[in-house]
Design a protein around this ligand. Sequence first.
Ligand SMILES: Cc1cc2nc3c(=O)[nH]c(=O)nc-3n(C[C@H](O)[C@H](O)[C@H](O)COP(=O)(O)OP(=O)(O)OC[C@H]3O[C@@H](n4cnc5c(N)ncnc54)[C@H](O)[C@@H]3O)c2cc1C
Length: 227
Amino acid sequence: MRRTPLPPALPSTDRTRHRRLREQGSDKRAALDAILAAGFVCHLGVIVDGVPMVVPTVYGSDGTELYLHGSVASRSLVASPGATVCATVTHVDGLVLARSVFEHGVNYRSAMVYGVPRLVTDPEEKLAGLRCLTAQCAPGQWGYARVPSRKELAATSLLALSLEEASVKIRTGPPDDGTSGPDADRPVWAGTLPLTTAFGALVADPALGEGIAPPPHLLAREGGRVG
Ligand SMILES: Cc1cc2nc3c(=O)[nH]c(=O)nc-3n(C[C@H](O)[C@H](O)[C@H](O)COP(=O)(O)OP(=O)(O)OC[C@H]3O[C@@H](n4cnc5c(N)ncnc54)[C@H](O)[C@@H]3O)c2cc1C
């Protein structure tokens, strides 16, 4: 497990240097941390048998590494250790509706993390990584639900991807064609349509035994915003 805190500025490498729409880029690690903390699903891009594979998967972040897990038989996880991968986290905050279709866009926060993940084999670190991942997706469930057995741990791969090399992009605000350009005076409604994702109400498993009430940590998440 990495212990040294990462620098407050994200590095500009050949991979992470913003080229297009550079003004939406941020080099602040705090912005990366906030984007990672706001979600729990990423897309892991990895080359498997010479073909790109982009797999949606849950993650946990401890601020220095991203933990990704799955079956030991998972092709994307088997190919990842030793290979450069890219994990992307995206939060869509709304549609940007401009006066021209060309200027339409999306308000968003997104992060891309590059690196060569390592396979976590140390049993204690593996448990800690899985706990971190569980805490990110379902805080309070580790220790409430049964923790993994040795057999389940052996059937699970855990990868740790350093957060050292990462990039962030954020777009906020109205469309860009309202103050200048040929369409500024066009009588077309323009603005944004915000988008939020939120948890609904808990739905009990029909097989749930009598008298088992949801715990406070789950009740607290009802209606809570994601992203
Ligand atoms: C939900 C969503 C929808 C989008 N829709 C479109 C679309 O339809 N058309 C379009 O052109 N663009 C779209 N974008 C922006 C898009 O993600 C790219 O930023 C942009 O297209 C520039 O791509 P590029 O290939 O030229 O990257 P470059 O500018 O060449 O990328 C250089 C480096 O910048 C970093 N980078 C680039 N994009 C991002 C990002 N989004 N987040 C974090 N780091 C990044 C990466 O490290 C990358 O290697 C969308 C973004 C989001 C989040």
